[in-house]
Design a protein around this ligand. Structure first.
Ligand SMILES: [Zn+2]
Length: 419
């Protein structure tokens, strides 16, 4: 029988359901890592035991594309037209008056919501421009330090307002990269010239030796296809596996053959595609006349071709997305509805989109997952039914980071039946 390694903070979590039909397993953790995962582990060292009661366990949720710095701005001004143009202009106007303290309070509130719902890995989009300056970067770096041990961060230096159309942005981005940015961000659809925007960000990524993370082809118009250039540039720069693109709704509006050609290029370039369902469905598909497009990347076709697809919350309660509570299980259900998924077998793919696939999009898959040697980061759902977690939407009973329970949620119902 396997034993726990003899370290002071060893712990055994017993009776976890990690798949649909297999036996319940125990996890042994030491030094923040899984050391053993197997049914019926011995406890010869007498370490602490926690019984998970046959509950479903998923690897830690990953918010692979999230804007903490502009969360909760809906309270100040909602986006009543629901267009992308108004989302950008409303947020730009609000940004002029934010203080660092204000950004910190909203970002931390959003972060705690996400952790409470099981996300402990984050790729945060941090806005950098002459309007907000480097306040967002300073806040993100503070949160990264303050929440070390609770959350792992990657920071994308993101030029939301464009680069050439907001002079001074490029220098601020370089400064943000020097301060601790992990990836260069890009948004060619909100700048003077998409190709020049791509020249700048790919050049910056080369200078800093890092990957790129884009907001790309967020349109209902099938003629919008900057992905062609991004894929070609990714291959030319040898950045396969280190580029992610968020939204990518326009291929969902393309003819099947046309989309298939685009998907082939995405696959060759090793680009991860990150649909952002709450935002895409809120801002997209608002054509003047029916039929209106259900604005979303062609997820089933992308997955079928072998592209890495992940989903994330993107925004929480602002002009881009009026709702959100940092709950990826909920975002997963939204995606399942929007994609017309039905039956347990078809829904089974969804949790992977905010766990293992999302970790791959972040390039952290080697140390992530329910395997020996990986970080002991996981979510214990208050359900024993593995196949139905998406439609049951169970409470996240425990959020575990580095082998420690960092959040416990309790949901109770009392029936008071009629006499
Ligand atoms: Zn975004």
């Amino acid at each position: 029988m396997a034993m726990c390694a003899e370290m002071t903070d060893d712990r055994i979590f017993r009776n976890a359901r990690i798949d649909s039909g297999g036996p319940l397993v125990d996890f042994c953790v030491a030094g923040g890592l899984f050391t053993r995962i197997s049914p019926g582990l011995d406890n010869d060292s007498g370490c602490e035991e926690i019984d998970l009661g046959a509950r479903v366990v998923l690897p830690a949720f990953v918010e692979s594309h999230i804007h903490l710095d502009k969360a909760f701005l809906e309270e100040r001004e909602p986006n009543l037209s629901g267009t992308l143009e108004d989302a950008i202009s409303i947020t730009l106007a609000l940004k002029k008056s934010v203080t660092k303290q204000d950004v910190m309070e909203r970002a931390e509130r959003a972060l705690r919501m996400c952790i409470r719902h099981g996300a402990t890995w984050f790729r945060a989009q941090v806005e950098v421009d002459p309007i907000v300056g480097l306040k967002g970067v300073e806040v993100a770096l503070s949160l990264k330090e303050k929440y070390a041990g609770l959350a792992d961060f990657q920071l994308v230096v993101f030029p939301q307002e464009g680069i050439e159309q907001q002079p001074g942005t490029e220098e601020l981005m370089r400064e943000a990269m020097r301060m601790g940015g992990d990836l260069v961000g890009g948004i060619p659809y909100n700048d003077l010239d998409a190709e020049r925007h791509l020249d700048i960000v790919f050049g910056m990524a080369e200078a800093f030796g890092c990957g790129l993370d884009f907001h790309l082809d967020f349109a209902d118009d099938p003629r919008v296809r900057n992905i062609d250039s991004v894929a070609a540039r990714t291959v030319a720069a040898g950045l396969q596996g280190r580029v992610a693109v968020g939204h990518l709704t326009s291929p969902g509006a393309m003819a099947r053959d046309d989309a298939a050609r685009i998907i082939e290029k995405i696959l060759e370039a090793g680009i991860s595609v990150l649909p952002l369902p709450a935002t895409d469905l809120f801002l997209g598909g608002r054509g003047e006349e029916p039929p209106r497009f259900r604005s979303l990347a062609p997820v089933k076709e992308l997955l079928g071709a072998g592209v890495n697809v992940a989903i994330s919350s993107n925004n929480i309660r602002n002009a881009f997305t009026p709702s959100g509570r940092g709950d990826l299980l909920e975002i997963g259900l939204l995606l399942a509805h929007a994609l017309h998924m039905s039956g347990a077998a078809e829904r089974a793919v969804v949790p992977g989109l905010f766990t293992t696939n999302a970790a791959k999009a972040l390039g952290v898959e080697e140390g992530y997952g329910l395997r020996s040697g990986c970080a002991a980061d996981f979510v214990v759902l208050d359900s024993v039914n593995f196949d139905d977690v998406l439609i049951d939407q169970p409470e996240k009973r425990f959020v575990v980071k580095g082998g420690r329970i960092v959040v416990e949620n309790v949901s109770e119902t009392t029936w008071r039946e009629m006499e």
